[in-house]
Design a protein around this ligand. Structure first.
Ligand code: AMP
Length: 417
């Protein structure tokens, strides 16, 4: 199956050849023709499936065919995090750079000064990649108008809602023209995400890319039973044994991220922590170092790691287990990207055993527990009640939002608690 049968214009086929993609991925095969037909699309796919090109290629093709005013916003791509914004922007710009016509692609996100973004948006833009909060700020400053947008993409819709962007999304949707094409991508479809999709999409073409599909990269999942205090040394052992060029290690908190990175460095392994409290400059530098292979280990929290694209990551380690099965899926999706095989290893302490079983259940699979010589576990689990608290809080995958806490407080007041 080649790209040439999908209905793409010659200039886009040339761009694809220049970039070096040989065959379309599953999501590209199904989404590109549907988007070119003008249909709304509901895509169940993860980062790593090639979904960015799946929406960017037809978006550029409709832009090429358009006779609208120059720099009038054509495509609006909403993403949950700044890392994903930067990454999607980079992918779209790469495609645009191969086209005969020049188009402006702007990327905006919060956490950095708004002024340079306002300046960059002067004179308009053809494609805008944005996180919702910053987009609204820019609209409030009259720096951008979205009333004429032809195509809306929600990328990682589940994460947009997880991160509490629901109100911002509603405000943005109210400003968009009724007549537009909607492309909705999400790795998972819990009820809130499904509801958003139902309200947004008109008789969409549904596309589901199953993890088992043959052109998905092979990810070997492993689970190693180990005591909590032995995890760093086990990690060091695995890094040395497998000679991984790059490994992403997931931890539960910012503190753990600094702590584990520090311990690894003291053991002669080049590691850096990566979390939301670091400055944008520090995060960008760390990612650049990691991508270039200079940095061997990135110790990250879930939110910080979400959406960043690091090609050919050989391994991912769950040093701390994720809170939810959804996060587990996102984490292991960091390895084995775009056709490469990868290894996802979870450290399972006695206390985390129950929690990991629930993740397995949600994933509908069982990962055999391994014991590594020299790291045999000796700990036993805490009494069950202590564990189920963690499990119940964790596996539901919902941290309490501000609203939840307010509702809870209001309810407690009502009951006199
Ligand atoms: P995405 O799911 O959009 O984040 O893409 C994951 C990675 O796959 C990116 O590094 C893309 O450059 C790469 N990619 C996308 N489409 C293809 C393709 N048809 N063939 C090979 N690699 C691809």
């Amino acid at each position: 199956m080649s790209f040439s049968t999908l209905g793409l214009a010659p200039s886009l086929l040339n761009a694809i050849t220049e970039i070096g993609y040989l065959q379309p991925t599953a999501i590209q095969r199904e989404a590109i023709p549907a988007i070119l037909r003008g249909e709304d699309v509901l895509g169940a796919a993860q980062t790593g499936s090639g979904k960015t090109a799946a929406f960017a290629l037809p978006m550029l093709q409709t832009l090429l065919a358009k006779r609208g005013g120059p720099r009038q916003l054509h495509g609006l791509i909403l993403v949950p995090t700044r890392e994903l914004a930067a990454q999607v922007g980079e992918s779209v710009r790469q495609l645009v750079s191969m086209l005969p016509t020049t188009y402006k692609v702007q990327v905006v996100f919060g956490g950095v000064s708004i002024n340079p973004q306002m300046l960059a948006l002067r004179g308009g833009t053809d494609i805008l990649v944005a996180t919702p909060g910053r987009l609204l700020d820019l609209i409030d400053h009259n720096a951008v108008r979205i009333e004429q947008t032809s195509m809306l993409v929600l990328d990682e819709a589940d994460r947009l809602l997880d991160l509490g962007f629901s109100e911002e999304l509603n405000r943005i949707l109210a400003l968009l023209p009724a007549q537009r094409q909607n492309l909705f991508f999400s790795a998972t479809f819990p009820p809130a995400v499904q509801k958003l999709a139902d309200s947004l999409l008109r008789t969409p073409t549904r596309i589901e890319v199953l993890a088992e599909s043959s052109d998905q990269p092979a990810i070997t999942q492993r689970a190693i039973s180990v005591d909590v205090p032995r995890r760093t040394m086990l990690l060091k052992h695995l890094i040395q044994q497998h000679k991984w060029r790059g490994v992403m290690v997931f931890v539960a908190s910012r503190y753990a991220s600094d702590h584990v990175a520090d311990k690894l460095r003291r053991n002669g392994i080049h590691a850096e922590s990566f979390h939301g409290e670091l400055s944008q400059g520090a995060r960008t530098q760390t990612l650049t170092d990691f991508r270039s292979g200079y940095l061997q280990v990135l110790v990250a929290t879930d939110v910080a790691a979400r959406g960043i694209d690091i090609a050919r990551l050989p391994a991912v380690v769950n040093y701390d287990l994720p809170r939810s099965a959804v996060d587990y899926t996102h984490r292991i999706g960091r390895t084995g990207r775009a056709g490469e095989s990868g290894m996802a290893i979870s450290f399972v302490s006695a206390d985390a055993e129950q929690h990991f079983r629930l993740i397995e259940k949600r994933q509908n699979q069982r990962v055999p527990r391994e014991v590594i010589a020299g790291f045999e576990p000796t700990e036993t689990a805490q009494p069950v009640s202590a564990v189920t608290d963690i499990v119940n809080g964790g596996i539901k995958g919902k941290r309490k939002s501000k609203k939840d806490k307010l509702r809870e407080a209001a309810a407690n007041e009502g009951t006199g608690e």
